[in-house]
Design a protein around this ligand. Structure first.
Ligand code: SF4
Length: 252
């Protein structure tokens, strides 16, 4: 009885799939997959910071670089944006890849020296200090843009954006003032990989981006649900009366 792996090798790819090699192993993947999606679906770890499966990939952080091609003609590409191709040869942990990742981590350490996640990731790659200039030793934002994209593309309100140019580049509300567009949903803080967006909840008030949001209490159990502004946003999107959202998930 052939093992499943051998059977997989023998079976030709279907029309909707392509066959490629990751770390010398033959793998089939849907044609619409990227290298990163394929690797992860097959238990191959590639580190990422700016990737999220619910958002289009933009390849900002470059930590997910992999080596494609065959020696001596290989090159580094972002695995989160590079689509799979028939017979593509991919190395996820070659010396070239690890060297590039160490460089990216050094740059990130200079950008956000106070970010614990970056220090941990760097240490895992044998990087303990950076040769690059540190502008602010307290900085934790890596400027990955996940928060901005989440607010715009998932929440749909675009309350924050990247402002200024390097080295003053940062995420902020318009004119750095409390944004009228923000609904206080907290998605930006939740998705931030380095946990840098201040977010507090106390006595029925959520504070984020310099604005206080009154939380709606569940009309059945009394537990706080979400900010009233967020529920009004949901009501606007769905066309349902806002009261529809005044009962928490547990009491529905
Ligand atoms: S809390 Fe405000 S800025 Fe953050 S995702 Fe929600 S709406 Fe956007």
């Amino acid at each position: 009885m052939p093992s499943r792996k051998i059977a997989d090798l023998v079976k030709p790819p279907t029309i909707e799939e392509v066959g490629l090699y990751i770390n010398d192993e033959f793998i089939r993947a849907p044609v619409e997959f990227t290298i990163l999606q394929t690797a992860r679906a097959n238990g191959i770890d590639i580190p990422t910071l700016c990737y999220h499966r619910d958002l289009p990939s933009e390849g900002h952080c470059r930590l997910c670089m992999v080596e494609i091609g065959e020696p001596p003609r290989t090159r580094l590409v972002n695995s989160c944006t590079y689509p799979v191709e028939a017979n593509l040869k991919v190395q996820t942990h070659s010396e070239k890849v690890l060297q590039a990742r160490r460089m990216v981590l050094e740059l990130l350490m200079a950008q956000a020296p106070a970010a614990e996640l970056i220090r941990d990731l760097a240490a895992q790659h044998g990087v303990y200090e950076t040769r690059f200039h540190i502008e602010d030793p307290e900085e934790r934002c890596i400027l990955c843009g996940l928060c901005v994209r989440t607010c715009a593309e998932i929440v749909g309100v675009s309350a924050i954006s990247m402002i200024n140019r390097t080295p003053e580049k940062q995420v902020a509300t318009p004119f750095k003032e409390a944004s009228e567009a923000c609904i206080g949903c907290g998605s930006c803080a939740f998705i931030c990989p380095t946990n840098v967006i201040p977010y507090t909840e106390k006595d029925g008030i959520r504070t984020i981006w310099g604005r206080d949001f009154e939380l709606q209490a569940c009309t059945v159990c009394g537990n706080y649900i979400e900010p009233k502004a967020q529920l009004e946003h949901w009501a606007e999107i769905t066309g349902d009366p806002v009261e529809t959202f005044f009962v928490c998930r547990d009491c529905r």
